[in-house]
Design a binder for this molecule. Sequence first.
Ligand code: 56B
Length: 341
Amino acid sequence: MEAPLPPRESAEFVAVRSQDVFVEKGGVDRVAEMLLEKVPGREFGLGGWKSLHELNPQATDEDAVNWVFVVDTLNFSFWSEQEDRKCAVKYRSKTYSGYWALCAAVNRALDEGIPLTRASFYATVTLDQLQHILHSDTDVPMPLIEERHQILNETGKILLEKFGGSFLNCVRKSDKSAQKLLSLVVESFPSYRDVAVYQGKRISFYKRAQILVADTWCVLEGKGDGCFNDISSITMFADYRLPQVLAHLGAIRYSDELLKKLLKGEMFLSGDKQEVEIRGCSVWCVELIRDRLLELSEEKGVKICVEINSVLLDYYLWDYARDHREDMKGIPFHRIRCIYY
Ligand SMILES: Nc1nc2c(c(CN[C@H]3C=C[C@H](O)[C@@H]3O)cn2[C@@H]2O[C@H](COP(=O)(O)O)[C@@H](O)[C@H]2O)c(=O)[nH]1
């Protein structure tokens, strides 16, 4: 079977054919202008991954790389049915929800002496053990716990068989290429194969695989094994938050029919035409924002000291969405339960 189109080409393929989601040029330009002022700020650089997020590992060692691998293997589907009733994890006197609840639970386990980042542990961890490890401090459990259990066992076994139990060995096989690491991850670990068929074409988003490459780049601070010469070829990560914030900022727009479904909270399935269009147009939108941002910095002579790539744009926009949850209340995100994002 032919390989799917890579994520960037997939996004363009979808965006030019999309019937229910539209990239808005005016919105793209406005977001690029907004970001141009932020670019010199520290929240825009690679260092923000550590300095802005206390739950992320601060080290650059093998344990830190394996922390990233376990977290990104479980990095999917945190949204709750009701905004005011959700999974939450207390850690070091702070309460975390959503994706950060996962990170807090992982760190809580490590503090308890549970070797959760060791492949030999999670290859055989039981469902009961995992329910304890990921337990919520509210009466709402983390979604898809059974799927998380199955994926951890499968991924741990493969990491032991193929990479000596450490994701750093996988990174070292990628010759400092983000694209090679991306391919190695999707070839080796089935749960990372985030693909679809759109208008007869096999396409890929590889959301968790791409964020794994990006988080590895950041945890290694872009140096040594993490000095990826092609990190700028990684696209934005097609999750359910970025479309919401891009719609909030007017950079993408939904058809009336799709907006009605979203406002009703209708569930989507992985690979649905409209779900693919939401993801594809969002990825393509961020590519266009990046292009416009680089153009603007030329036109206005704004010296950009950090590398502007879709990874850093994504991180900034995701954090922006987190910080503007209230403002975004009226903008729906598409509801889906899957292991890909
Ligand atoms: N596009 C994109 N999607 C991201 C992330 C992250 C975490 N990255 C952080 C870690 C270090 C960096 O500094 C980032 O700040 C999680 N997700 C996705 O969001 C959803 C969870 O959302 P909520 O329910 O609100 O917690 C879920 O699909 C999850 O897979 C990102 O960065 N970009």
